[in-house]
Ligand binder design. Sequence first.
Ligand code: PAF
Length: 285
Amino acid sequence: METVETIAGARARRCTDRAAGRRVALVPTMGYLHEGHLALVRRARELGDAVWVSIFVNPTQFGPNEDFERYPRDLKRDAALLEAEGVDVLFAPTVEEMYPREPVVKVSFPGLDNVLCGASRPGHFAGVGLVVAKLFNIVEPHVAVFGQKDAQQALLIRRLAADLSFPVEIEVTPTVREPDGLAMSSRNTYLSPTERAAAPVLYRALLAAAGAIAAGERDPAAVEALLRATVGAEPLAGLEYAVCVDAETLGRPERIGRPVLLALAVRFGATRLIDNLPVTPPEEG
Ligand code: PAF
């Protein structure tokens, strides 16, 4: 595995891949890798002949009171995991390399970045959009792989690639879960043992709501009430949002007639966890 830390180094390596006719698959990450990331890497291996992983804790997607400073980092361990997966290139730039000065360009997604996670994390998706656009310009991947766990992010990145005509395919892979259903996340390491024991309530709530839709419930308000009630029964869980929204527009449908996204953000102490489940209602008739 080649590790590159500069944009010039990444471009030079990209030229080598291009000359060799390799199809480049990129997995953008913020590091502190877990099985969920490794599933993205394995999918990238199926989709490309040169697998690139970027590790960059992107300051522009953290709010002033968020966990940028304490976000877990372990580049040495991450590099060893990626090496073992047969990754070809690790791109791990510094903040100064990516942002030598305060960027003035803003990426906004009107109507899509101020709902769900965007409502409580103003500016978050602008930061994600900016860094992902930069990564696409630096690495010029044929395909980029993201996780369904960050459903809103995946949707916005699809729009970013389409609206700005990046010649990249966006691949979204299913959420990887612990045996008790908790979605894997680098932030799970913040949980105390009692919070960790309570955290699978997110997935339980999503399954209960998906079960209600499968059984014929078509009222999004009733589905959201079920999500809230299930999470509310867990004393350690502080609900931030529980929604049943159109999977494309993220707006609340009047009735569940098309694919929807069930999505939750829940706080356990200072730790904020998200999870979601895309659900296609069975055909009626
Ligand atoms: O999902 C993440 O880890 C980040 O938001 C991403 C896509 C790497 C951008 O910093």
